[in-house]
Design a protein around this ligand. Structure first.
Ligand SMILES: Nc1ncnc2c1ncn2[C@@H]1O[C@H](COP(=O)(O)OP(=O)(O)O)[C@@H](O)[C@H]1O
Ligand SMILES: [Mg+2]
Length: 236
């Protein structure tokens, strides 16, 4: 469904993403992990068209390299950010409608937006200002706004960051629901290995912008290179 070929991004002398290639199959949960500064968020920024780059991104057989973000969104890729980015003065409903408008040429699909608000469990907070939501609420809303664009692929950037165990379990349930019930392919960058081994069918480890290894999560976390370079001795 998504093919990434030889992706490279330089910021001056720094190579943030270095000749990275991988592919994601339809229906998959595809996990990405790696130390801070590995180039994970930059990779998202490349795929969603926020920066120029070398290499190729192909979605469903179509080359989307170099397309602007709104066109990539309309082709079916949506993402969330590490820190929830929302407009605090908008209501929950308005925020999801903004997402809905971003994903289409026409107006807001009110029916779909309402279904999405139910999926993320914010039906009771419909008319609340988003600034008043707690962290979990903000995260669910950001996922809802991304889903309102009707993506084929939802890319989550460290969705569990700053969350406690209860919140993590709730977000994991939501991600499973989005993948299994809505049929949305998921790419997830996550720091918590347990989340990735639980959710993902494929796990890719990157370091300094370069692929370390990828495969079945249970096997990847046993890989000597991963244990050494990323997880550290304590994890081993
Ligand atoms: N816009 C930018 N300009 C310059 N350097 C950047 C920019 N964005 C990211 N970087 C650098 O690229 C590297 C990868 O960053 P990032 O993709 O945010 O890593 P990760 O998400 O894996 O923690 C880091 O060294 C970071 O400082
Ligand atoms: Mg990051």
């Amino acid at each position: 469904m998504l093919q990434v070929e030889g992706l490279t991004k330089r910021f001056g002398a720094l190579i943030a993403v270095n000749d990275l290639s991988f592919h994601v199959e339809a229906g998959q949960v595809f996990g990405i992990a790696g130390p801070n500064g590995a180039g994970k968020s930059t990779l998202y920024n490349l795929i969603t068209g926020n920066y120029s780059y070398e290499g190729k991104v192909v979605l469903d057989g179509r080359d989307i390299s170099g397309m602007p973000p709104h066109r990539i969104a309309r082709r079916g890729i949506s993402r969330t950010f590490q820190i929830p980015e929302i407009f605090p003065s908008l209501t929950v409903e308005e925020t999801v409608h903004v997402g809905s408008r971003f994903g289409s040429r026409g107006g807001v699909d009110v029916q779909h937006a309402s279904e999405i608000i139910d999926v993320v469990g914010l039906g009771e907070e419909l008319y609340q200002k988003t600034g008043a939501l707690n962290l979990l609420g903000k995260k669910k809303l950001m996922i809802g706004a991304a889903l309102a664009t009707k993506p084929k692929i939802l890319m989550l950037d460290e969705p569990m960051a700053g969350s406690n165990t209860t919140e993590i379990l709730s977000l994991m349930e939501l991600i499973k629901k989005i993948n299994q019930d809505l049929g949305v392919t998921i790419i997830i960058i996550e720091h918590f290995m347990k989340v990735l081994t639980d959710l993902a069918q494929v796990l890719m480890i990157i370091e300094s912008g370069t692929l370390v290894c990828s495969g079945k999560p249970a096997e990847v976390i046993q890989d000597e290179r991963v244990v050494k370079s990323y997880l550290g001795d304590s994890y081993a």
